[in-house]
Design a binder for this molecule. Sequence first.
Ligand code: NAD
Length: 306
Amino acid sequence: VNSGEEAKTWHTLSSVLEFLLKNQADQQSVMVVVGGGALSDVGGLAASLFKRGIRWVSVPTTLLAMVDAAWGGKTAINFGGVKNSVGVYHWPCHWIYDLGMLQTLTPRQRFDGWAEMLKHAIIGDTELFYNVMDFLGSEPQEAQLGAKSLPLPCADLIDRALQVKIRIVSEDPYEGDLRRLLNYGHTLAHAIEASSSLYSHGQAVWLGMFFELKLAVHHQLVAESESMLILDLLRLLAPFSELPSSGIILPDWDTVWNLMSQDKKIRFGQIQWSVPAGIGQGITGLEIPFDCLKELYEGWSANPWE
Ligand SMILES: NC(=O)c1ccc[n+]([C@@H]2O[C@H](COP(=O)([O-])OP(=O)(O)OC[C@H]3O[C@@H](n4cnc5c(N)ncnc54)[C@H](O)[C@@H]3O)[C@@H](O)[C@H]2O)c1
């Protein structure tokens, strides 16, 4: 099947199911999904539906999928212009990764993986936070200027970021509460992604983390000194974001609001925000009145990472 976000459609889902039928797969068959997060999302969903569910093995090949998408059991396609609006939980029975596969990633794909690694550090692991800061901050000065490409994280950092996801998902597999922490940056990100194909998932999440940190600061949920450190960490990725440092075109408030109103994180008509509450910690369930949200978004979108 085609790779990338365009794979997350009914069309791909149905072509995978057709392939399984045609090739006489049965309930004992095991599907092996080799690819990035988009393929594990659609492949896992196909495995959950075929003959009421067959086993599947996840073989993530991008950094983002290795630290996040391939582990956690969430599967989905995009539907009705809304990101991940149709899907189920269906855990892979095995999970295999090989860091050698990361060598062929493009700079954008490296960036996307780093964005999710930063998220795990910010909301879930103080030591990882400082380790990532040292790792990215200690690159030669040319890197900060964008002359050099973003390095791949070392195996220890990948493993530690993955442990954040495993710990949270093991404690709260069906997103009762704790797992919602992993949505940090994603409420706005999904709206940005749905509004334009210009943004990759990682770029949208990275932008979303700036905005959602701002919500925490506005509500005094994070100490100023810690919010400055989080901002410093997020900004370390700026030279590699492939986004212009000024004049970035973000969707207007009405578009963003319409898309966010379809979000799965809405409860009783209110968006539930997950935001940082310190270095390596976060809180879930922050509700913000419409007018306040609009004002904060309009202020932020003029200068997303300043
Ligand atoms: N289910 C979850 O818990 C979860 C979590 C996070 C993200 N996601 C989803 O994951 C998707 C993003 O995943 P992604 O960033 O892995 O991107 P992706 O799956 O869209 O892949 C991006 C591109 O990378 C290419 N690629 C894959 N492996 C490669 C390799 N080793 N070398 C070179 N190119 C390679 C693919 O062919 C594709 O063109 C989004 O749809 C997002 O919603 C799901």
